[in-house]
Ligand binder design. Structure first.
Ligand code: ADP
Ligand code: MG
Length: 372
């Protein structure tokens, strides 16, 4: 069966009410699509900008059927849809990205197993299905990190294990888990890769990410690394997209290890926080690329016209800076419309752009925005 193309005027269905859904919806409307959102809440970042909404749980068959009946093609910003829910949607409408990609990105063991088969390098890892598997972890070497296999985000569901004593002292862990060797990384990188219905693959430039309290804080675009290494990261991302038959956009997080090698950390088959810089530094950003891919429209170049620094605005402390940021020249602010600014909650982001090649040095980075 030939994969269907949906022209502007069709309805794009987005599962999930968060900021990624919001910015995807805005991009879809820019291209003349209608947007229908499935969200658990009537008022959420994405429902605020959608033409229509189904309010319901992501595992409620009635909600999923109502949602599917109101759109032409389905995509998501929320990955944890059950296999049954996904099956139900796929019987009604094309779901993009689909099938295997969603299944593996929901489960770190499935993800690492598949990525190893594809042949990209990963941090040494083991599945830990119960206490009996803990003894084998010494072979990985310390320090270690244990991660829950499902529902982890922003560093949640992770346990750092410095040595064998700490390993032996562990009790009551939420199995199944994945154990990974802690990588002594030089920096964290990511690549946004998009693949169209016709198999066209585009990669945005490789960027550098810094985290704070387990949450993305700053993205530097481009990453300050040798062009060869940046290209190697893009090639890894492209090979994963091709092997998985991706249709849509995917974030690929990598470690640039101290020995100079690259390792894939994880993949996310949806727009990604580390791609928000594209909104102000590329003619066509990650959200529009995603919408183009899932509707079957052509994918233009992912060229970066400017260098960029993206700062996340997190919790009440950063929201207090908004008036000052609004008064700052050259800062492009994006707010998600969340009513309550809880600590650790992503409320918005700011992009500051520079001519290509003029990304500021480390010291100047500090002074880009009014202080915290
Ligand atoms: P999440 O789904 O929460 O984003 P990640 O696996 O990306 O989970 O882990 C969050 C952060 O924890 C990473 O961005 C990185 O800073 C750190 N981290 C995760 N795994 C490792 C590792 N094996 N070695 C070193 N740091 C790691
Ligand atoms: Mg991550």
């Amino acid at each position: 069966m030939k994969a269907q193309i949906f022209a502007p005027g069709s309805t794009v269905g987005i599962i999930g009410g968060g900021q990624l859904g919001r910015m995807s919806a805005v991009a879809a409307s820019k291209l003349g699509f209608h947007v229908h959102v499935l969200s658990t809440e009537a008022s959420s970042p994405a429902t605020e900008v959608a033409a229509s909404v189904t309010v319901g749980a992501y595992d409620d068959p009635a909600a999923l059927e109502d949602f599917a009946s109101r759109c032409d093609v389905v995509t998501f910003e929320f990955e944890n849809i059950s296999a049954e829910g996904l099956g139900l949607l796929e019987r009604h409408r094309p779901v993009r990205p689909a099938g295997e990609i969603l299944r593996i990105s929901q489960d770190r063991i499935a993800e690492k197993t598949r990525l190893s088969e594809i042949g990209v390098r990963l941090a040494p890892w083991r599945a830990v299905n119960g206490p009996e598997d803990l003894v084998e972890l010494e072979m990985l070497g310390f320090p270690l990190i244990l991660k829950t296999t499902r529902f982890g985000y922003d560093g949640k569901g992770q346990f750092r294990i410095p040595d064998v004593e700490a390993l032996e002292a562990l009790t009551d862990l939420p199995y199944p888990l994945v154990a990974e060797k802690m990588i002594d990384f030089e920096r964290e990188l990511s690549v946004m890769v998009v693949r169209g219905l016709d198999g066209t693959v585009r990669c945005f430039d490789t960027v550098e990410n810094r985290h704070r309290n387990g949450i993305l804080d700053v993205t530097l675009a481009p990453a300050r690394i040798m062009p060869d290494l940046a290209r190697q990261a893009q090639d890894m991302a492209a090979s994963i997209a091709e092997a998985l038959g991706l249709v849509g956009i995917m974030g690929v997080e990598l470690f640039h290890a101290a020995d100079g090698s690259l390792m894939v950390n994880e993949i996310a088959p949806r727009p990604h926080n580390s791609g928000h810089w594209t909104m102000d530094a590329c003619l066509v950003d990650q959200f529009e690329m995603h919408v183009r891919a899932v509707t079957g429209l052509p994918l233009p170049s992912a060229r970066r016209h400017s260098d960029a620094v993206m700062h996340n605005l997190i919790g009440p402390k950063d929201m207090a800076r908004v008036p000052a940021i609004l008064a700052t020249d050259g800062a492009s602010i994006h707010l998600y419309g969340k009513v309550e600014a809880r600590p650790g909650r992503k409320m918005g982001h700011v992009n500051t752009i520079f001519p290509r090649g003029a990304l500021p040095g480390e010291l100047a980075l500090e002074g880009l925005l009014p202080p915290r």
